[in-house]
Design a protein around this ligand. Structure first.
Ligand SMILES: [Fe+2]
Ligand SMILES: [Fe+2]
Length: 454
């Protein structure tokens, strides 16, 4: 819990929770990340038409410091506090350029190798799906052999490392969204099938259904498909044709009726309000109910031209509320387990009072994922460089010289912190992309911060 030290009337320091707390400060104590509750002095003494806002730009900070306002009120519930006297940093400056972008990872580290392989597979899969869509657009039959080989590789990759592929498949651009979405849903389906104890053959069946589920979109109007805004009713009706279109396309080359059914019914809902057939409850096959969960998760966590994706933790919270009406609760619980207690991309608080983004879950123990540490809460400042840390290696062991363990205290809601969610996504993406580079900069990528004075 964020706390601030306030001097009580009897002179003793008392610790108070900052919830719902307003504090009067001098203008020269202002720093980025504070939430302005009200500005002192007359309105003509400052250039702001509003009095309540998050101070998140250097320009606003400068204008306030240059104004004739002597003091103002900040809301500690919605933004940062002033620094305590022990803090050495003087302001929460914008994230330094190098912090946002410069990540390096030892080329031969297991993580770098895992990610490099996953990236290669994703790229291969994306190209294959793109070709498949192209052929479907031209009316050609789907090449099932390519798809089968691909899902075999996806399944093998997940068996070796369940995290790397799912992590890398999150990376999408506007151009590749539809194709990468198919790859991501395929990987999620395979992982969920494994979680449910499916046989290897069934895992590949699930992966194939994920890969093919949206192939009907190949025949959709590309303008409508990529429209950067809300669809009209007519446009939505047009897009809603894709499960049936896909089913008809696939019927020519896919013999597996369960896979065909999952592709046809991945937009059905338990309450019967889905499409195309308005099926209810167990009328929807298990594979189709799994596809609905994986499809929705990947769609709502991805950035689209008209909407930023939700963080994994927030997406799961929303999805849990859709269980019963839309999604199958039992399968959803298994899905959450697949992603780990701390899904990739989540914001977490560590025991050393740093903020970190979850980079990749740990298969053996979901409580100790790999994280990218980037923010020092006590000093309200960015770390000099983001640090990729494997928390599994930071547990107390006799061999670690008695260093303190480093662990996650809890998840944090990104909306309660004064930085854009994009920062988290950039940190995660840059850490992913950084494993491309061979530069070994162990000063910045420390294997185990618990051995240091953190
Ligand atoms: Fe779909
Ligand atoms: Fe989809």
């Amino acid at each position: 819990m964020r706390q601030c030290m306030a001097i009580a009337s009897n002179g003793r320091l008392l610790c108070k929770k900052v919830r719902f707390m307003l504090k009067k400060i001098a203008v020269d104590q202002l720093r980025l990340g504070m939430y302005i509750h009200s500005l002192g002095g007359a309105w003509i003494h400052h250039p702001f038409w509003r009095s309540q806002f998050l101070l998140d730009t250097a320009k606003d900070l400068q204008q306030l410091r240059a104004s004739k306002i002597p003091e103002l009120w900040i809301d500690l519930r919605r933004g940062l506090d002033v620094f305590s006297p022990t803090h050495t940093a003087t302001s929460l400056d914008p994230m330094p350029e190098h912090t946002a972008s410069a990540h390096t990872l030892a080329e031969n580290s297991p993580l770098a190798l895992e990610l490099a392989q996953a990236r290669q597979l994703c790229e291969q899969a994306r190209e294959a799906v793109q070709d498949m869509f192209q052929e479907a657009r031209m009316g050609k039959a789907i090449d099932v052999n390519t798809c089968t080989a691909l899902v075999q590789e996806i399944s093998d990759s997940l068996a070796k490392n369940p995290d790397a592929l799912i992590s890398v498949a999150r990376l999408k651009t506007a151009d590749t969204y539809t194709y990468m979405h198919s790859v991501a849903v395929s990987a999620l389906m395979a992982a969920l099938a494994r979680q449910l104890g499916y046989s290897e053959e069934q895992v590949q069946q699930a992966a194939l259904a994920g890969l093919l589920h949206d192939v009907g979109k190949a025949r959709a109007d590309i303008e409508i498909l990529n429209k950067p805004g809300a669809l009209t009713d007519a446009e939505f009706e047009h897009i809603k044709q894709h499960p049936v279109t896909g089913y008809r396309l696939l019927q020519k080359s896919v013999a597996d009726t369960l896979v065909l059914d999952a592709c046809l019914h991945h937009h059905e809902r338990l309450d019967g309000k889905g499409y195309p057939d308005g099926l209810k409850g167990t009328q929807i096959s298990e594979l189709a109910r799994m596809a609905a969960i994986c499809d929705v998760y990947d769609a709502i966590t991805s950035d689209r031209p008209y909407k930023r994706g939700w963080s994994p933790a927030i997406a799961l919270r929303h999805m849990s509320q859709w269980c019963g009406n839309h999604l199958d609760e039992r399968l959803f619980r298994a899905f959450v387990k697949t992603l780990g207690v701390y899904p990739v991309g989540s914001l977490v608080r560590l025991s050393n009072q740093e903020l970190a983004v979850v980079f990749a879950p740990c298969a053996e123990n979901t409580l100790v994922p790999k994280v990218v540490r980037f923010f020092d809460i006590d000093n309200c400042c960015w770390l000099r460089q983001p640090v990729l840390t494997d928390l599994r290696e930071c547990q107390v062991q006799p061999s670690n010289g008695g260093g303190d363990a480093l662990s996650i205290i809890r998840r944090e809601d990104p909306n309660t912190w004064p930085f854009d969610c994009q920062v988290l996504e950039d940190l995660w993406q840059n850490a992913c992309q950084a494993s491309h580079y061979a530069e070994d900069d162990s000063q910045h990528w420390l294997a185990c911060p618990a051995l240091l004075a953190v």
